[in-house]
Ligand binder design. Sequence first.
Ligand SMILES: Cc1cc2nc3c(=O)[nH]c(=O)nc-3n(C[C@H](O)[C@H](O)[C@H](O)COP(=O)(O)OP(=O)(O)OC[C@H]3O[C@@H](n4cnc5c(N)ncnc54)[C@H](O)[C@@H]3O)c2cc1C
Length: 478
Amino acid sequence: MSKTDYNLIAIGAGSGGLVSSFIGSAVKAKVALIEKNKMGGDCLNTGCVPSKALISSAKAVQVLKKHSLYGLKNVSYEVDFAQTMERVQEIIAKVEPHDSVERYSSLGVDCHSGEAMIRSPHEVEVNGRVLTTKNIVVATGARPFVPPIPGLEDVPFSHSDNLWELRKQPEHLAVIGGGPVGSELAQAFRRLGSEVTMFNLGPGILPREDLDMVQFICDSFEKDGINLLDETTIERIEKLGNTSRIHYSRHGEKQHLDVDHILVAVGRIPYTFGFGLENLGVELNKNKTIKVDKYLRSSIRNIYACGYVAGPYQFTHMAGHQAWYATVNALFAPFKKFAVDYSVVTWCTYTDPELARVGLSEDEAKAQNIPHEVTTYGIDDLDRAITDRMDYGKVKVITPIGKDKILGAAICGVHAGDLLVEFTLAMKHGIGLNKILGTIHPYPTLSEANKMLAVAWRINHSPAGVLRLLEKFHSRRR
Ligand SMILES: Cc1cc2nc3c(=O)[nH]c(=O)nc-3n(C[C@H](O)[C@H](O)[C@H](O)COP(=O)(O)OP(=O)(O)OC[C@H]3O[C@@H](n4cnc5c(N)ncnc54)[C@H](O)[C@@H]3O)c2cc1C
């Protein structure tokens, strides 16, 4: 094909498609962005932004509940659930301009509102018009997976796409799934006043994380009064008037529980069907993500993918990270290509306490037989955490034996997601714990937890021989 309308068409205006069109327009390519639903995709409308807005209301309730810890008396409050959910929409509206058609048009992107249909590797149809392009970046996202539990379709249930329409507070909410989304929302609903029971198939929540870190969240759930049912299989759900009776088996015993609402949070299925990929024979993985190479190229060489549809990570920042590679590789092929860098991947679960991680966990280091050491620092010892009555959690860093290079770090505590960035930066740029130790951290801040971890590592590696000599040196000088 000789001349085309566009250098690149991004399909889907979520985290991946937005970053792709931003990068494309920044390097002066002609870019079209096609969105069939709302600009901003999952993150803005049904994912990160609404969930963090709801969590912030739940946090406010928690501070009010614990008012006596701060020397306050006679504090009363009432949760207005409908108002809380309206507030979530207000916050979405406030963030919306960042992802809007106006903003992207002003950056030079041609924004099309409508469903994209890929007609050929160089033709995409939208609203009956065929746009021609050199490259396509597929960033069409995913939908919530609804497990085939008998009876589920007959009772009221939500998933992360439609939960935000709820205005009547569930009295007793069953949360199915113990991953990050289920854990964050279970705690938020509990703190806002719903009874919450979590059903988890596996032996514990957040299975990717080390148990000693997750334990802080389990303790917090217990204090909140969340009923956490691990190793539980839901067999069927029965509608009894306004009640949903969940029949489940746990440790060989059959039991049931009555709830008035159910939240399904067991993962998402990528949107890779129904808009032309299958007609072109684009290869998929078993989990329905698009099979991509290290340049994020699909089996059709000018079609790239990022975000949920590319996998394996389901985070906004990873969709954006991949979008850079997909876009640059598409626009500059065959002159330049960059293999996507997954060497320092980070994420955070926004429960209270938050649990953030970068690089290897202790379990992963063991499983991969990587010789390593573990250094920890308890945040219950940190002055600022104590002044703020947030003195719980832990910092954990994995290093090679005898070296201060960071192989992985995890923080469980208040603002863990923000605090972890120091270790992420250090890992990315080869900075070791000694350099973190030698960096001034303002007192009293939560960031000192990272420095205290470095102090702990240093103490464990103090040069015994040199210290013995120093002892002699000082005793002679007395
Ligand atoms: C409750 C919840 C909380 C979350 N919290 C966080 C968090 O705190 N931090 C974090 O990093 N991640 C979080 N995530 C994950 C994050 O939202 C996703 O990783 C991210 O949005 C993926 O971006 P994407 O571009 O791949 O897909 P999406 O954002 O889903 O965008 C895909 C877009 O493509 C559009 N589309 C699909 N098909 C077509 C078509 N044929 N034509 C035109 N348009 C089409 C869709 O309408 C959609 O707008 C959360 C997710 C959920 C569900």
